[in-house]
Design a binder for this molecule. Structure first.
Ligand SMILES: Nc1ncnc2c1ncn2[C@@H]1O[C@H](COP(=O)(O)OP(=O)(O)OP(=O)(O)O)[C@@H](O)[C@H]1O
Ligand SMILES: [Mg+2]
Length: 390
C-alpha cells in the first residue's frame, strides 16, 4: 500500500499542507523543530488512531485553532483507492473512509498497513517490560485481529482481580470463603485468556524472531548475532514453535491458586502474561544493559524491518516510516540498512533526517525529496548537491 496524497489542516505546526508522496522512497529533510516528526506523527495517527507523542489530542491541533484534519488517499492493490479523513475536534475523533463514518475502531485498524521507527521505540529494548509488552501486543492485535477480544478480556479480568486483591489486602483477618471462590473463578478465566494471549504473541513471534535476527546480522555486517527470547513470568525461555498453551494455562491456574495468600498481602496478581518478557541479547548479554546506542537502534530497526517483511509476505507491501533512524548509525550500518530496504517489498518509505548527508545513500531514481521548513513542505526538484537542507 502507499499514500498517494496527504493533506494536513491545522495539524501541529502545519496550517494547510498537501503533499503527493512517491510510491517509493520519500526523503524528508529539515532543520530541528520544523515539522518532520509532526508529519510522521500524522501518518502514525492514521495508522493507529493515536499519537506516539501525546495522549492529549489538544496538543495535536495547531495553536489557536479549534480542530485539525488529516486526509489521505491510500492506494492498495487489493482494495484500490481509498479516501480516509480523520478530524480531531473537542476531544473527539471523527473518522470516515470513503465518506462513510467508521463505527468501530477495530474495523479500521489494519487498513493502513504501516510500520514506524520513532526514537521512542528504543523503549522496546531500553524500556520496562511493561512498555515492551505493550509494543508487542499492539502488533499482535494488528497481525491477528481476532486476538484483540482475548487481550481485552485478559486485562479486564486482571484489573478486576487486582481490585479485589487490593480490597482484601486492606481487610483484617482471612477472607471469607465466598471471596476465595470468586478469586479462584477469576484465576481460571485469567489462565484461559492468558494462555490465548501468549499463544497469539507466539504466533507473531514465530514469524518475527527469525526475521529480526537475520536483519540484525545483516546490519552488523555478519559480525554480531542477536537473539530474541520469550521468557515466561516463572523464568523459563520458550521458543515460539514449542509453546504449549495447555501447559501454560495449567501452570497459571496452579500459581494463581497457590499464591493467593501472598497475592493478598501484596495486593496484585503475580502470575500471567502481564509479567512475561521479551529479551534481546547479543552474545548472551542483554542489549538493554550492555548494548551500545548503535546496537540498540539496529536491534529495534531489525525488529521493525521484520514486521515489514512479515506484512509483505502475508498481506501487502507496507509503508515504512523512519523518523530520525539513521543518526547514531555508522556509515557501514547505514548502507546496509539501505540495502535491506531494497530487499524487502515495501509499498512506500518515509525517512526523515536533519541533514541531507545522512540520507545520501538513499537518494536516487526511486526517491522524492521534501524539505520541511517552519510548517511548510516543499518538494525539492533541484539535482543532487544543489543546495537543499544541508
Ligand atoms: N499544536 C501545535 N501548534 C503549533 N505548533 C506546534 C504544535 N505542536 C508542535 N508544534 C511545533 O512543531 C515543532 C516541532 O516539530 P517536529 O517535532 O516535527 O520537529 P522536527 O522537524 O522533527 O525536529 P527535530 O529534527 O528536532 O526532530 C515545534 O517548533 C513545535 O513548537
Ligand atoms: Mg523530529
Amino acid at each position: 500500500v502507499f499514500l498517494s496524497r496527504l493533506t494536513l489542516r491545522h495539524f501541529r505546526n502545519f496550517d494547510q499542507q498537501t503533499l503527493s508522496p512517491f510510491a517509493g522512497r520519500n526523503l524528508i529533510f529539515g532543520q530541528n523543530a520544523q515539522g518532520k516528526t509532526n508529519l510522521i506523527e500524522a501518518i502514525h495517527l492514521l495508522t493507529y488512531l493515536r499519537s506516539f507523542r501525546t495522549g492529549r489530542e489538544r496538543e495535536l491541533i495547531m495553536r489557536g485553532r479549534e480542530w485539525a484534519m488529516i486526509e489521505a488517499e491510500l492506494m492498495s492493490s487489493r482494495r484500490g483507492r481509498e479516501h480516509i479523513r480523520l478530524v480531531l475536534r473537542g476531544g473527539q475523533k471523527y473518522l470516515r473512509v470513503n465518506g462513510a463514518p467508521v463505527a468501530r475502531q477495530e474495523d479500521y485498524l489494519g487498513l493502513v498497513l504501516a510500520h514506524f521507527f520513532i526514537p521512542s521505540d528504543l523503549r522496546l529494548i531500553a524500556g520496562e517490560p511493561r512498555e515492551r509488552r505493550a509494543l508487542l501486543d499492539v502488533e499482535v492485535v494488528r497481525a491477528l485481529p481476532r486476538s484483540a477480544a482475548h487481550i481485552r478480556a485478559y486485562y479486564e479480568l486482571l484489573d478486576q482481580r487486582n481490585a479485589l486483591l487490593r480490597e482484601l489486602a486492606q481487610q483484617e483477618g482471612p477472607p471469607p470463603e465466598s471471596t476465595h471462590r470468586l478469586l479462584r473463578q477469576y484465576g481460571a478465566q485469567l489462565a484461559e485468556e492468558g494462555s490465548r494471549l501468549v499463544e497469539a504473541r507466539m504466533r507473531l513471534l514465530a514469524e518475527i524472531i527469525p526475521r529480526t535476527e537475520r536483519f540484525y546480522r545483516k546490519m552488523s555486517g555478519g559480525r554480531e548475532t542477536l537473539a530474541l527470547t520469550y521468557r515466561t513470568y516463572w523464568g523459563e525461555e520458550v521458543a515460539p514453535e514449542q509453546f504449549d498453551p495447555r501447559g501454560y494455562r495449567q501452570r497459571m491456574e496452579q500459581d494463581l491458586s497457590g499464591e493467593l495468600f501472598r497475592e493478598i498481602e501484596i495486593g496484585h496478581t503475580r502470575a500471567g502474561p502481564h509479567r512475561d518478557d521479551l529479551e534481546f541479547a547479543l552474545e548472551g548479554r542483554l542489549v538493554k544493559n550492555f548494548g551500545s546506542q548503535g546496537q540498540m537502534r539496529s536491534a529495534v530497526l531489525a525488529f521493525k524491518l521484520a514486521l515489514c517483511e512479515f506484512t509483505a509476505d502475508y498481506g501487502e507491501p507496507p509503508i515504512l516510516c523512519l523518523d530520525d533512524a539513521l543518526s547514531e548509525l555508522d556509515d557501514a550500518r547505514r548502507l546496509r540498512l539501505v540495502e535491506i530496504l531494497g530487499e524487502i517489498r515495501l509499498g512506500q518509505v518515509f525517512i526523515t533526517a536533519a541533514s541531507r548527508r545522512e540520507c545520501a545513500p538513499l537518494e536516487g531514481q526511486m526517491a522524492k525529496l521534501f524539505l520541511v521548513e517552519a510548517g511548510t513542505i516543499r518538494e525539492l526538484t533541484e539535482p543532487l548537491g544543489a543546495g537543499g537542507a544541508d
